[in-house]
Write a protein that binds this ligand. Structure first.
Ligand SMILES: Nc1nc2c(c(=O)[nH]1)N[C@H]1C(S)=C(S)[C@@H](COP(=O)(O)O)O[C@H]1N2
Ligand SMILES: [Mo]
Length: 200
């Protein structure tokens, strides 16, 4: 074999990769946070699923980490136009977390420590489309990227992947979260370029 660098032979390159419209590739991992990084000690951490009235399920860190987890490799698309491909995460799927819950709700509001929220239709959290991730690239998730744990819902713009996640509220009607209430799209599909509320 001749001298072909691995970068040319083995990996997707910017020219042959399909990016959502208006996105560019980046290889670093920018930090985007609307406020300060909340620091939640693991002894105090909990993840709660509720229906707006009652707690349906609650995990502390230990019981959460005893749930079966998965390693996934996904592409990230931020509404500020950077995309990062082939990122590797470990997390618990929302399928696992929602498995014992009977509900006729269609929407959710994902809630974070530090009061960030984002709305995601319930069906978008199911069928191996979303995880509560606690490891990135083989390491415990860094606080600035949402550690101890964040939502990872990579088929939507990255603002939906709530960092420092603390729970999910099941809802019968859709309700905007933090960025959605400030003019970002209620759903946020990067392939349909649903950046702002006026975009279809
Ligand atoms: N709790 C919380 N989650 C958040 C945010 C935030 O400000 N607070 N920013 C969102 C936005 S706009 C983006 S692009 C991603 C950025 O994730 P990163 O900082 O790990 O790149 O987190 C999302 N999740
Ligand atoms: Mo973002």
């Amino acid at each position: 074999m001749s001298i072909i660098s691995r970068g040319f032979s083995g990996r997707r390159t910017p020219t042959d990769v399909q990016l959502p419209p208006g996105q560019y590739l980046t290889t670093d991992f920018p930090v985007l946070s609307a406020g300060p990084t909340p620091h939640v000690p693991l002894e105090k951490w909990e993840f709660v699923i509720d229906d707006g009235k009652n707690v349906l399920q609650r995990w502390d860190w230990k019981s959460f980490r005893n749930l079966p987890s998965e390693t996934v490799t996904v592409d990230l698309h931020c509404v500020t136009r950077w995309s990062k491909l082939g990122t590797s995460w470990e997390g618990v799927s929302l399928d696992t977390l929602l498995a014992d819950i009977k509900t006729d709700a269609s929407y959710t509001l994902v809630r974070s420590y530090g009061d960030y929220t984002t709305n995601v239709p319930l069906k978008d959290l199911l069928n191996k489309q979303a995880w509560i991730a606690f490891r990135y690239d083989g390491q415990d998730l860094a606080p600035e990227h949402g550690g101890p744990a964040r939502l990872l819902v990579p088929h939507l713009y990255l603002w939906k992947s709530a960092k420092w996640v603390r729970g999910v509220t099941l809802m019968h009607e859709d309700k905007p979260g933090f960025w959605e209430g400030l003019g970002y799209h209620i759903y946020g599909d990067p392939w349909r370029e649903q950046r702002y509320s006026g975009d279809r």
